[in-house]
Design a protein. Sequence first.
Lengths: 316, 316
Amino acid sequence: MLYIIGLGLSDEKDITVKGLEAVKRCERVYLESYTSILMIPKEKLEAFYGREVITATRETVELESDDILRDADKVDVAFLVVGDPLGATTHSDLILRASDLNIPTTVIHNASILTALGATGLQMYNFGQTISLPFYTETWTPESWYDRLEENLQVGMHTLVLVDIKVREQSEENMARGRLIYEPPRFMSPHTAFKQILLTETSRNPPTGTTSSSEVTEDETSTAPRSTTLLPPDQTLALSLSRIGTSTQRIIAGTLSELAALPEEEFGPPLHSVVIVGKRLHPLELEFAGRWCVGGENGAWWKVGKDVYGVEKESR
Amino acid sequence: MLYIIGLGLSDEKDITVKGLEAVKRCERVYLESYTSILMIPKEKLEAFYGREVITATRETVELESDDILRDADKVDVAFLVVGDPLGATTHSDLILRASDLNIPTTVIHNASILTALGATGLQMYNFGQTISLPFYTETWTPESWYDRLEENLQVGMHTLVLVDIKVREQSEENMARGRLIYEPPRFMSPHTAFKQILLTETSRNPPTGTTSSSEVTEDETSTAPRSTTLLPPDQTLALSLSRIGTSTQRIIAGTLSELAALPEEEFGPPLHSVVIVGKRLHPLELEFAGRWCVGGENGAWWKVGKDVYGVEKESR
């Protein structure tokens, strides 16, 4: 049996009782470590499970799936994934390969940022498609996320923005020389995310009287600048979500311009994600998330909520 | 401390290790039992926790939150929720009340149908807003879900349809007499869900040459019938999801008309939900879910996938 087991959001104790029992039964235990990362050392997992944990990198999973699946029709093998194993990124391919080899699979689900974002008070129901924001470089500012965000905003939906994580990145030199030496992992902060979002907003909707910056390269179908602004920085509500589901969880609410102006340190260590608030905002959502807004009771959060979103805190 | 703890999808062992440790520390343990239902008896939970479990009904949570929160600033109290505690339905109000009373809260997340639906092979990323389908009656066929589904389909997104659950329903007579006697719980089957979806599709887009049925009552803003069909029954792909995350999990894929034609027994016991497939379908999604399609390798699934969705199974 191949067990595909979610580890949840934070530490070794976020595994389910059922998942832990399965891991302890398994002959080999792999930890998928390229789509997300657990914020505790692998040794802590090994001590908790009483099992050696083998790190599965992208190369292992894609090229060496035969190793992972070896004898899994006879012995139990565990493949551990941070979050829900089929949540943010499916491991469909591994399951299909197992299926081709007549190896039975069992998925043991767990929490994922996609539902844990309910911690903000925003209703999961009201979220549209999830988008991913890659690290921009001087020459590469991919903007396809913007079109998807627009689709959500046009129907009033909230949007979860998953921010980039770079693990096992090679420097150009190491790659050229074929050296499997990797750079330290990089995690996009909400600070960078909000800056990038506003950069693209300006590039798509340049202020009147200017023309679209020719420095901004788009790698995808270019969209002509619009006359209306999608994300007016002072009139768009957003949230940063840091270390959700951990004891140091931190949520900050505010306008896009307020959040982009906060220093990077304000958000603390990874992992982070970001939410753009849609117009179908409910008073209870405004109130719940407003407890963490920049400026507190006098924050722009409440004024923009009322004037732009048409929502006010209700008396209870 | 008020602990709000997700129980996951299936049985007593789907709680996380962290959640279980918290429950065992708590002086009082409440089980929320009106937004979802665990498919095991409460006594099994009590035996596993070594704690009495108090059923919290809607009345308890809304009207007697003071009872739940009593002394929670001094002792530990657990509020258990099936799925992720803040996933499908937030318990924001209880948290806000605790916050007003300066009672600290800790949320322990868990799996939810909103991420576990990855078991279908469809990418969570490609889902739009979630919709809820209520039980229709002879005089009440609320259709607001249809407009939200349309918003998703227009941008190619998949849609999770949460189907109705009726717990603690009172008969009209018992309600009139003020007797707190409740009907047995009712769970909508995919059979009923697909029938209702097609009923509304016909009412919104009557076949050419007929007029909109006047028997169908709408309780919300009526939309004029369109000339194009949103959900052509033979050209729309869909899935039924039954008992996801349990050992008897069953997924069936097919066209809307194929799925609506299946007998109710085919889907087995609750809990169920339904997915309508959007046009932004990926070949791997088609292949993964196609393993459970009506008609197998010769099923309409593959032909509609190719002709209508423009997607074919890739060779691996």
